[in-house]
Structures are given as C-alpha cells and as structure tokens.
Design a protein around this ligand. Structure first.
Ligand code: PGA
Length: 255
C-alpha cells in the first residue's frame, strides 16, 4: 500500500556534462515497468539537463534545498517557484549537511516545508541523530524534536503530502549503515509519532525513507523491513549502474 521510493541525493556532485552521461545510461538500462517510484536530486545547475533528458521516463526530479522566502535579496539561494519552473516535483529539506554546515534548524525546516507545499513541491523532510546523540541514548528524543518541529502547524491534509527521510548522521557517507533492525526501530518510532501528530490513518499512508550508506549490497535487507518505505541514497546514486541496481532490487521486494 506504500509504494517504495528510491531517491538519489547527488549533493555537490556531477556537472551538467556528467549528468547527461548518467541520464543516458540510466535510460538505456530500461526504467519502464519498474515498480518503485524514482527520484533524483541533482545540483541546481543539472536540473534542466536532467529534466529534459529524463522527460517521459518515470524519474521525478527534485531540488536539494530551497529558501523559505518567495524572492528577494538572498544571495546564493533558490526559491520554490524557481524549482517548480525548472521541472522539480520534490525538494529535500533539512538534510543533516544543511543543518551542520549551514545552521538550519527545525523552525527553518518548518518554514521551508510550508513554502514547498504552497508551491506544489513534495517536501522530503530529513531527520536523524548524530553519533554522540545515539551514544547518549537520546535518539528518540532528537527524532521527536525534529519531527514535531518540522510538522508544527500543518493540517493533516498537508502532512499527507510529505515524505520523511530518517538519516542517522553517523551513517551518512561513512560506510556505517544502520543495521536493518536499528533502522526499523527508529522508523517504527517515527510512524508512532506521526500517528500521534496526524492520526493512525495518515501515519500508515506516509512513506519513511532510510538514508545513510545505502547501496546495492544492503538495499534488499533494508527495504524488507516493515516500516522502511524507500531509500535516500547519496554515494551509491552517483553511478547509473549502482542506482539502477537498487531500483531493480526494490522492484523484487513484495510487502
Ligand atoms: P550516503 O548519503 O548514501 O552517501 O551515506 C545519504 C544522504 O546523505 O542522503
């Protein structure tokens, strides 16, 4: 009932020329008829290339960030309307690298989420604890604060349009994947929180992605967990071969 979603977050990787090579290779591998939903979030400068080269394919294109204002003197920023116009349907919000290096907080994530929804973009809200927080045993408290901050003030109908990504910071780009059991435990907790915030029915509908060193080797076991509804993939989404392999794996999962 919750279709799997395989999403790639390219971060600051791939020029438009490299994007073109990737898109041609991905299409040549044959995406038609694959069951999972597919999303790729390239750098802003590659969005146009990707949108035109993947037109007519099942791949959705998303931004990696947006600004919470409509327009104005915000040098270096990009608006929701600009992403929409460029052909994006989704946008990542509150990725841990944005929180860590660009000081984004839960209030900002909340404001950006509102702006995304106002402009018809599906927000992918990223939450997750650091290694220190996990070692201190405060993972659930951190998740609760981040999720309730992100969702504060939204109506149930708005929450239903969102995607949540659980990305333990200690697992991102480190090769240290959370075990499927560790990930499932937090995903189950997120669904419980969603149920408290928006009701059981909405909690059952919302997709919760896992991110953090997801790759072809561990995709099947992660995706087999009851509350893991997809993957947000950094490193392993940069090569068409690996990303396609994960789509193929997701295509075989029945649950
Ligand atoms: P990773 O990144 O797959 O390279 O660990 C995931 C992410 O940050 O979204």
């Amino acid at each position: 009932m919750r279709n799997l979603l395989i999403a790639g977050n390219w971060k600051m990787n791939h020029t438009a020329a490299a994007t073109e090579t990737f898109c041609r290779e991905l299409r040549a591998r044959g995406l038609e008829g694959k069951r999972p939903d597919i999303l790729l979030c390239p750098p802003f400068t590659s969005i146009g290339t990707m949108v035109s080269l993947l037109k007519g394919s099942p791949v959705h294109v998303g931004g990696q960030n947006l600004h919470q204002q409509d327009k104005g003197a915000f040098t270096g920023e990009i608006s929701a309307a600009m992403l929409r116009e460029a052909g994006c349907s989704h946008v990542l919000i509150g990725h841990s690298e944005r929180r860590q290096y660009f000081h984004e907080d839960d209030a900002g994530v909340n404001a950006k989420t509102r702006k995304a929804l106002e402009n018809g973009l599906t927000p992918v809200i990223c939450i997750g604890e650091t290694r220190e927080e996990r070692e201190k045993g405060v993972t659930n408290a951190v998740i609760k604060t981040q999720l309730s901050g992100a969702l504060a003030g939204f109506a149930v109908g708005e929450i239903r349009k969102m995607l949540i990504a659980y990305e333990p910071v200690w697992a991102i780009g480190t090769g240290l994947t959370a075990t499927p059991e560790q990930a499932q435990e937090v995903h189950r907790y997120i669904r419980k929180l969603l149920s408290e915030i928006a009701g059981a029915e909405t909690a059952q509908l919302l997709r919760i992605l896992y991110g953090g060193s997801a790759k072809p080797d561990n995709a099947a076991e992660l995706l087999s967990e009851a509350d893991i509804d997809g993957l947000l993939i950094g490193g392993a989404s940069l090569k068409a071969e690996d990303f396609f392999r994960i789509i193929e794996i997701a295509d075989t999962i029945n649950k």
